[in-house]
Design a protein around this ligand. Structure first.
Ligand SMILES: Nc1ncnc2c1ncn2[C@@H]1O[C@H](COP(=O)(O)OP(=O)(O)OP(=O)(O)O)[C@@H](O)[C@H]1O
Ligand SMILES: [Mg+2]
Length: 224
């Protein structure tokens, strides 16, 4: 099935917000969609509500259950650390090759008309295991990358650095989504324009605080 890899310039920039918004917009447009957040850290099994897989399940209109959580996020760790470090705190080792195999299998198994949205963990070069980063997962899936960035001071450099790394890996940049970090009408449009001016090769879309994904944004990203 067509797969979109949702990467970030860092942690907490809005990947889950954007992924959940994409799910709702695609469902609203009558397009079938599935989601994966293969690896999640900072996950408390005693309080899963509000976690990334729970937010994605909610967007998919599915009940929160341990089976459903495991389906979206097979590798879940408690510590709010980079995934391999969080796994190590539990005496485990995050199996990067198995994560890649699982994502590839999920990508291959669903029907053609269904989008699979894969939310990365952390930033584009966050570790997946001792040798690999999230960039390697994106490359293994050969999926176009939607790069999510914040609008905070410093995001222009973080975003252009991530774009350069994604392109150097030979991956297709489907688009950039600048998700507003703090409501700030006076600088948001300028920040989005500054990124767009320096990354003309892909659509750059600004998403205001609380703004839903609009049908025109799905079109700009080539999802419909
Ligand atoms: N455009 C937006 N409007 C409203 N809230 C937003 C927006 N973008 C991000 N947020 C909020 O900011 C917080 C961080 O965003 P989010 O959880 O999506 O980041 P993330 O990149 O998925 O983080 P992680 O690296 O932990 O997966 C969340 O509370 C989210 O709801
Ligand atoms: Mg997230």
């Amino acid at each position: 099935m067509p797969t979109l890899f949702i990467a970030g310039t860092g942690t907490d920039v809005g990947k889950t917000y954007v992924t959940a918004s994409l799910i709702r917009a695609l469902c609203g447009a009558g397009v079938a969609v599935e989601a994966l957040k293969p690896v999640v850290s900072g996950f408390d099994p005693a309080a899963p509500a509000g976690s990334d897989p729970a937010v994605l399940l909610d967007a998919l209109g599915r009940q929160l259950s341990s089976e459903a959580l495991a389906g979206i996020s097979p590798w879940r760790y408690r510590a709010p650390l980079s995934p391999p470090l969080a796994a190590a705190r539990e005496g485990a080792s995050l199996p990067g090759a198995a994560v890649i195999d699982h994502c590839r299998a999920r990508s291959a198994e669903a029907p053609d008309g269904t989008w699979l949205l894969v939310e990365s963990a952390g930033g584009i070069m966050s570790p997946l295991d001792d040798a690999r980063t999230m960039l390697d997962l994106a490359a293994a899936l050969a999926a176009p990358v939607l790069l999510v960035a914040g609008s905070y001071l410093g995001t222009i450099s973080h975003t252009l650095t991530a774009v350069a790394v994604i392109e150097a890996a030979g991956l297709t940049l489907a688009g950039l989504m600048v998700s507003e970090t703090e409501p700030d009408a006076s600088t948001f449009a300028d920040t989005v324009a500054a990124i767009a001016g320096r990354a003309p090769q892909a659509p750059v879309i600004g998403l205001r605080r609380g703004q839903p994904m609009e049908p025109a944004m799905l079109e700009a990203l080539g999802l419909v």
